[in-house]
Ligand binder design. Structure first.
Ligand SMILES: Cc1ncc(COP(=O)(O)O)c(C=O)c1O
Length: 481
């Protein structure tokens, strides 16, 4: 039973007992009422209360969310890239509805054809695009798939120490937090004996070494190479030829870190260093996978072959959660990773696999590679035009439809978190006027200094909607600075 200390809410709910509520008649409650209840019964531990005033939405379609007054909000973040194919997409929803009518539930110890078909499409996709044979293991959330990758690395190498990047984000379970750079996520949770060693990411706009990308000759990756030059760096024994690290966990484009795109050739060099020192390459594609960058997996832009790929989010277009890992046969073959090596009740659930299969079929039916690259180029060109009009935009960059816009002070460099925050809040208020219409704009702010607008629109966004996005961003920046 819920105790809500508001006489007005109790009156609306026509309580029989003073001060207590047996069931909520939602129709009677205003947003303000629901907020009061939320304030009392929901944990603040998730991210809802990052917003000054949490927002309710009622419906969604394609690139838009609609609030309770039916005001449209153009979404340029699509649930942190979990809804790559647009909201309420029939091509995914219909197969899911059919699955509900046929086999909505099945314990993961039994097989259903959608699981096998989806694993086949993913494994064959990696084999076709990267030339490596492997297997798929499903789980439910991104961080859980990261945990599975960690287990596989530990089992394969016997090592529990990992390398990862400053600015990297891999989730908030204990294992994933240990390889996620923010101490903020570990601070209150005791000792992390298996905490990764975090190395600077190639963030050229703010090079951690103060170099210029045109002349640096990949100085940053050479600093990583230095770690293995002799035994006194604390990472490498040249006699046994063993390193202290099992794997390097990386994002090809940092997601939460601010859609940072490394320079050409960087990952090839890094992969060579890791190979030479028997460090596995674990590619976290949870945010950049499923054509966000114009490829099934972003790593296909680089000339490297990871040992493990971790995926989640957009696999089901934001419907029933499903995540997983792909791993090279030599690490995940049945003799190496046998039955029960890892498991979760809902892994490979029938609804998630049906949605995932529908998503993969969409990618097969349409040329997302060309569409995303073309739209991405157009969006980036328009962002560059916008940058010319606002010196507060220090940097814009993008690969496919993963785009970044870094908000700065008027020197175009000093990070301006306040400006980015104000844009985020104003967009969420839903009061922007354009073409005689009232609209909102959904943004996400990321980056090391929380000043980067990370843009991940629907892959089905139209060119007119990209123009609209630029108009709305223009209004937001003008109003916020
Ligand atoms: C790159 C990356 N890895 C891991 C995760 C964690 O995934 P989840 O939130 O589904 O646990 C995220 C989530 O944002 C992510 O972006």
């Amino acid at each position: 039973m819920v105790n809500v200390n508001s006489a007005s809410i109790r009156a609306k709910l026509k309580d029989s007992k003073q001060g207590s509520i047996n069931s909520l008649n939602l129709e009677n409650l205003s947003e303000e009422d629901l907020l009061k209840i939320e304030n009392e019964v929901c944990s603040y531990g998730d991210t809802v209360h990052y917003a000054e005033k949490p927002k309710f939405f009622k419906t969604c379609k394609d690139s838009y969310l609609y609030d309770t007054n039916d005001t449209p909000y153009l979404d340029l973040q699509m649930w942190y890239s979990a809804v790559n194919l647009g909201y309420n997409n029939k091509a995914i929803n219909e197969p899911l509805k059919q699955q509900i009518d046929t086999l909505p539930q099945l314990a993961c110890q039994y097989l259903h054809k959608e699981k096998v078909s989806l694993a086949y499409m993913l494994a064959k996709g990696v084999e076709r695009n990267l030339g490596t044979k492997g297997r798929i293991h499903f789980n439910v959330g991104g961080a859980q798939a990261v945990e599975d990758a960690l287990k596989l690395v530990r089992k394969s190498t016997g090592k529990s120490r990992m390398l990862a990047y400053e600015g990297g984000y891999h989730g908030r379970t204990l294992g994933a937090s240990a390889i996620t750079s923010s101490y903020r996520y570990r601070e209150n949770y005791g000792e992390f004996g298996d905490r990764a060693e975090f190395l600077p990411y190639p963030y050229c706009f703010r090079c951690p070494y103060g170099k210029k990308v045109e002349t640096c000759e990949l100085y940053c990756v050479k600093q990583i190479e230095r770690k293995f030059e002799h035994e006194y760096t604390g990472a490498w024994n040249p006699k046994s030829k063993k390193s202290e690290f099992g794997a390097f966990f990386f994002e090809v484009i940092q997601g939460t870190g601010g859609y940072v795109i490394p320079p050409r050739g960087y990952f090839e060099y890094l992969a060579k260093i890791c190979r030479e020192h028997s460090i596995l390459l674990v590619d976290d594609e949870i945010q950049m996978g499923f054509f966000r960058t114009g490829k099934l997996f972003a790593v296909e832009h680089e000339n490297i072959k990871p040992d493990i790929i971790v995926f989640g989010k957009a696999l089901t277009n934001g419907l029933n959660p499903l995540s997983g890992i792909w791993a090279k046969e030599e690490f995940i073959s049945p003799d190496k990773f046998g039955p029960g090596s890892t498991h979760s009740t809902f892994s490979s659930n029938s609804l998630g696999t049906a949605a995932g299969l529908a998503v993969m079929k969409e990618f097969e039916a349409h040329d997302y590679e060309s569409m995303v690259m073309e739209k991405g180029r157009y969006f980036l060109t328009r962002l560059k035009d916008l940058q010319k009009r606002h010196k507060q935009i220090g940097d814009v960059d993008g690969l496919g439809l993963a785009l970044r816009m870094e908000m700065c002070q008027s020197d175009s460099f000093t990070p301006d978190r306040q400006l980015a925050d104000k844009m985020f809040q104003l967009g969420l208020e839903g009061n922007l006027q354009t073409n005689g219409k009232k609209m909102g704009l959904i943004l996400d702010i990321g980056g090391y200094y929380k000043n980067v607008v990370t843009l991940a629109p629907s892959l089905n966004i139209t060119y007119q909607e990209i123009d609209l996005a630029i108009d709305l961003l223009d209004i937001l920046i003008t109003k916020s600075k």
